[in-house]
Design a binder for this molecule. Sequence first.
Ligand SMILES: [Ca+2]
Ligand SMILES: [Ca+2]
Length: 241
Amino acid sequence: MNQNTINHMFCRSIVLLFTIVSLSCENKPTDQVSAQTEITEQTSWRDHWEKPTQKAELLSNSKVHKRIKECLLDTSIVVLTSTLVDDLERYSKIKALGDINNDGVYDSIIVIPELFIDEEGAVENGASAIFTNNEIPRIRVGVPCLEVDYFFPVDDINNDGLTELGKYYSSCASRFKSLELISLEQNEWKRQGQVTFDVFFDQPEKEKRIEKTGPNKFRMRKITSGYADSIIDIWETFEMK
Ligand SMILES: [Ca+2]
Ligand SMILES: [Ca+2]
């Protein structure tokens, strides 16, 4: 059993435990007792990942970027403080992407380890790319493998003034990764196109595998192996709606 599987099982167990605890609290005689129990559970649930002592240590560390500190103070984000403390060097990398939102100020990204909570409430050790401009929403993924180098500016494909980004996505373990084109629409990052990125064929580099072909149109290059040692190398075309 690898570490990811153990972490995964652990996280699921925690969710299950709290589900059982909250169900068992439903029969309490007064609403007040239930409400109190719920508050205590919420706090301890969060403290399990965002450890108060580590959070305080990170907030007082002058080497931690102010945007990371903002995330630590943001109650809608659960930062995985142990992961962050263990590898501060990794999470101090910043990558400039140019002025992607066309406001005259250059934008950069930083990666933080963040608890990923899906729509059903299941949790994973995830990560997010946060922007130096706090008005640009973060890009969340449900896996811990995320680097600032996974993102790169492509072009303004739909001519709305905002630059679309290329995003390399790693499942951490498999040789098959993916390359996506994402765009900012109504303050949310949306996937507009995706192709397989097979690490057995790592050339040309990912930045050369997405091209604008016209207004609202782009193509993405997929390279992987087919039957009997043949190579599939095709450009797939996409249209932004
Ligand atoms: Ca900008
Ligand atoms: Ca655009």
